[in-house]
Write a protein that binds this ligand. Structure first.
Ligand code: NAD
Length: 378
């Protein structure tokens, strides 16, 4: 394995490769950390020291050329996804690429096409669908326990860009980040909507930028760095989006995402209503579902269910209900599905096609903001 881009996600992918056999001994193959690439001097070398990669490089192209490498995690900023994704797939490497897969749907399509043509697997970092409680919610819905899903709300609220001294990193530039909270958080929301409730037919959206200027950082950044007093530059993409979606099933969805939601940290989740029941989930209480099922329709109570070994991949982590799993565990599940895809040469988990669907919906949101009208996705 190799990792391209060693910020937050590069680190989490690496830790997942190291942990995957602890949880999935049936994989039968121990991923070997061959190389890590990061353009910031010293960052890849430090990663190699800490995690045991045999090679560290400043240039991701070395990964494409290295015959020891069979698969690459692409965890660099969005503007590099297309270039790295296409080149590495063409070099015959399986790719586990972070969302949103490029700056727009064209980029996502290009990476998906390159992987298809090269016959390599392409996994995408839509980790929230891997949460066992989300899988349990999906089963409830598929089994008809809620009746017919009528309407739902999906929310992704965070405050990582709320501080006025938050640095003007790649995330806030069109050329390097693409969209703002659309690609960053709403991408996950769209994937959850599709995973749980099916295809989106059309949508209308509204966006806003509430922090219009930020200080340029004086050096290399990773994550959400502060930069006080530097030269100010414009924030080129949106801080906030609200959107209404019409689904092929007839269900209606409200999706809202913010990166400047003071007081909310990783407040991600959904509330789904059906003709007979309801289910809701909050990422911060990842193992819990609030479920209302029965025949009462009115005054039907809602119970808190702590999911357990029967839900999704929970049993790979904990032996009994109510033991908390963490964000990194979702990435271990993703790593397992990616590696299993390679071994069995068929996809498990979120794929590049899912990334294309998500990117198409995000592009449609941008078009809707420009026109003020509903946009069809079909
Ligand atoms: N799935 C999730 O929940 C999730 C969470 C956070 C970020 N992401 C995605 O992961 C990607 C990376 O985000 P992050 O938060 O880790 O960002 P980050 O800024 O922390 O890290 C990006 C890293 O890429 C490196 N890099 C930049 N240019 C490079 C180049 N040419 N070659 C090699 N390395 C280069 C940077 O030096 C940095 O170390 C983004 O696409 C983001 O959307 C996904």
């Amino acid at each position: 394995m190799a990792v391209a881009g060693f910020g937050w996600m590069g680190r989490v992918h690496t830790q997942s490769y190291l942990r995957v056999l602890h949880h999935y001994p049936q994989l039968g193959v121990r991923p070997e950390l061959v190389a890590v690439a990061d353009e910031v001097p010293g960052r890849a070398a430090e990663a190699a020291d800490q995690y045991g990669f045999t090679t560290a490089t400043l240039d991701w192209r070395d990964l494409a050329a290295d015959p020891r490498i069979r698969a690459v995690s692409i965890a660099a900023p969005n503007f590099l996804h297309r270039e790295l994704g296409v080149a590495l797939a063409r070099a015959g490497k399986h790719i586990w690429i972070e969302k949103p897969v490029g700056l727009d749907a064209d980029d996502a399509r290009a990476v998906a096409a390159a992987a298809r043509e090269a016959g390599v697997q392409g996994a995408v970092g839509f980790n929230y669908r891997n949460a066992p409680a989300v899988e349990a919610a999906r089963e409830l819905i598929t089994a008809g326990e809620l009746g017919t899903v009528t309407h739902a709300r999906f929310r992704l609220f965070s405050d990582y860009a709320a501080h006025p001294e938050g640095a003007l990193t790649w995330r806030f530039e069109r050329a390097r980040g693409g969209s703002g909270v659309l690609g960053d958080l709403a991408a996950h929301g769209i994937d959850l909507v599709r995973h749980l409730l099916g295809d989106i037919l059309s949508l209308v959206a509204d966006t806003a930028t509430f922090v219009p200027q930020r200080s340029r950082p004086s050096g290399a950044t990773a994550g959400h760095t502060r930069a006080a007093g530097g030269e100010l530059g414009p924030v080129e993409n949106e801080d906030y989006v609200s959107s209404q979606l019409r689904l092929a099933s007839g269900a209606r969805v409200v999706l809202e995402a913010s990166r400047v939601a003071v007081g909310d940290q990783n407040n991600y989740g959904f509330e789904i209503h059906g003709t007979r029941g309801a289910v809701s989930w909050d990422f911060r209480r990842m193992g819990e579902l609030a479920v209302s099922v029965g025949d009462d329709y009115q005054d039907q109570p809602r119970r808190t269910v702590h999911v357990g070994p029967a839900a999704g991949d929970y049993a790979a982590f904990q032996p009994g209900s109510g033991i908390a799993m963490g964000y990194d565990d979702l990435k271990v599940i993703e790593a397992y599905r990616f590696l299993r895809s390679i071994i069995e040469t068929k996809p498990y988990g979120a794929t590049l096609d899912d990334a294309v669907h998500s990117a198409v919906a995000l592009d449609a949101m941008s078009r809707s903001v420009e026109s003020g009208a509903w946009v069809s996705l079909t």
